[in-house]
Design a protein around this ligand. Structure first.
Ligand code: ZN
Length: 507
């Protein structure tokens, strides 16, 4: 093939992929509007508009002409250096094409319709403590999740296709990693439980929303969130959404009686946003112009939210400003009291309210139950008992009802069992691993935090992680940035150092 042919084919490929990307980001814009602005009566037509865009996207993504183009470019990709962006583009586009074509459109429509029906039942069943109402839907969801896996026959574990290739870890690798983490976390959580309960009343006074938002926005900007390329709005559940590299938006919610909710959700979503804003501009409009994997993405949100945003040096710098915004509420509260309150560890029943240590125990419960359900070892009718037994064994608590038990999370009720929860804990582990590598390379990062300066940290993350986008899978990008696909030690070190000091434990 002459060079000109390859150049023309590559240009054709990029044009087709950009079309798919533009459909996808337009659908995201409709979703962003729906979540925060659309009047409720707009829902019916909005659902139709989103479905039409999804159908168009699927048509483009499975176009046989795109497959033929990728076939013709395969040899060219092999001739390029492995780290060349064009080789990565062809490789990832092939993976996406195979995925889109292996899963029949009929299945996608059926699963999506079932997901909506299941979600609507869950919305009513959760507050009514009516797990039984969701059971027939969950049974279908489980069948659909297994059916999805069958499109990728040849897997080692039925969860592997649900986790997907970007994450780069198999279910058995994750299970081994989680078992090792659990062996470390259980004694730590038990030791903390023996200590006096930390008082966090200072966070639960009345904090006017406008000041809360102003403070969170100031930190977001200090972290490097560029308001010319993004904006912060309100929605019932915080999220980050990307329409383009220069239009990365986040949302939050404000609770007048809980200072931590808006603040830490903004810091979390800003972590996701900085990743997307830092991807190399030449990757924009291509399938590699996104974050590497859900786990790596979560490592970025957790790093900014927890490792930086809940650290003592950070608050040594920012607490006086917070006090000046809320003099009546915090003027008389010592920094130490506030720092302990935002890092309170407590065994509780709700994942989304959990502290940074016990959060992982919640994730592992779900991951294990998902594996058992997918393997056919746990039936939906026994799920409630299995859930309650695991909460008793792992957290010493039995849910008094299903609203704060087995029906608390939307995930299983929105149409899928398996493939998403593990990313939260993979993210926690990677956040410490990447941060340790960053500090080893640039020791000035830590003293800078106490000055409210984050350029070196953002610069390191940008150069080693962000700019590559989705050119490499999660483990490859972690290996390149920190020398290991994934390693528990930095995370364990981080937790023991921080919580050993906070709770006076000899670890
Ligand atoms: Zn997140």
């Amino acid at each position: 093939m002459a060079l000109n042919d390859e150049t023309a084919l590559l240009a054709d490929l990029k044009a087709r992929l950009m079309e798919i990307e533009d459909f996808g980001s337009s659908a995201s814009l409709l979703g962003w509007d729906e979540a925060g602005f659309m009047p409720s009566a707009g829902a019916r037509v909005r659902a139709r508009q989103k479905a039409r865009l999804a159908a168009l996207t699927h048509q483009k993504a499975t176009d046989p002409a795109l497959g033929r183009l990728l076939d013709r470019l395969a040899a060219f990709a092999d001739s390029l250096a492995e780290d060349s962006p064009d080789a990565a583009l062809i490789r990832v586009a092939r993976r996406d094409f195979d995925l889109a074509t292996r899963v029949p459109a009929e299945y996608v429509a059926r699963a999506s319709e079932h997901g909506s029906a299941s979600y609507n039942v869950w919305v009513g069943a959760r507050p009514a403590n009516d797990f039984a109402a969701t059971m027939p839907y969950l049974e279908t969801t489980l069948e659909l999740s297994r059916e999805f896996a069958e499109f990728f026959a040849g897997y080692e574990h039925v969860m592997d296709p649900l986790i997907g290739p970007d994450e780069g870890f198999t279910a058995s690798e994750i299970a081994a990693l989680f078992a090792a983490l659990q062996a470390e976390l259980r004694p730590l959580v038990n030791a903390i439980a023996e200590k006096p309960v930390v008082c966090d009343r200072c966070l639960h006074q009345t904090f006017p929303p406008a000041q809360q938002l102003a403070f969170a926005t100031k930190i977001a900007v200090d972290f490097g969130y560029d308001l010319k390329r993004g904006r912060i709005d309100l929605s019932p559940h915080p999220f980050c959404t990307v329409f383009a590299r220069d239009d990365v938006r986040i949302t939050t919610r404000v609770k007048e009686n809980d200072l931590s909710d808006a603040l830490f959700s903004v810091l979390h979503e800003v972590g996701h946003a900085l990743y997307e804003m830092g991807i190399a501009s030449e990757l924009e409009g291509t399938p590699i112009g996104h974050g590497a994997s859900p786990g790596v993405h979560e490592s970025q949100s957790r790093l900014w939210e927890n490792i930086i945003g809940r650290s003592l040096p950070f608050w040594e710098h920012y607490y006086p400003l917070l006090q000046s915004l809320f003099p009546d509420q915090l003027g008389h509260i010592e920094l130490d009291t506030f720092y302990r309150a935002i890092n309170k560890v407590e065994r509780t029943l709700i994942r989304t309210d959990a502290d940074e240590i016990t959060y992982n125990l919640h994730v592992m419960i779900r991951f294990d139950l998902e594996c058992k359900m997918l393997e056919g070892k746990l039936a939906v009718r026994d799920l409630q008992d299995a859930w309650n037994a695991r909460y008793e064994a792992d957290l010493g608590l039995t849910p008094p009802n299903d609203t704060i038990g087995v029906t608390q999370d939307v995930h299983w009720y929105g149409g899928g069992i398996g493939g998403s929860f593990q990313a939260y804990t993979i993210g926690n582990i990677l956040s410490a691993q990447l941060y340790e590598a960053a500090v080893a390379a640039k020791p000035g990062i830590e003293p800078d935090i106490a000055k409210g300066e984050f350029d070196d940290l953002r610069g390191w993350l940008g150069g080693h992680l962000h700019r590559h986008g989705r050119q490499f899978t999660g483990p490859v990008i972690a290996q390149q940035a920190s020398g290991a696909r994934i390693s528990l030690e930095p995370y364990i070190r981080y937790l023991k150092q921080k919580y050993g000091a906070l709770y006076g434990l000899a670890l």
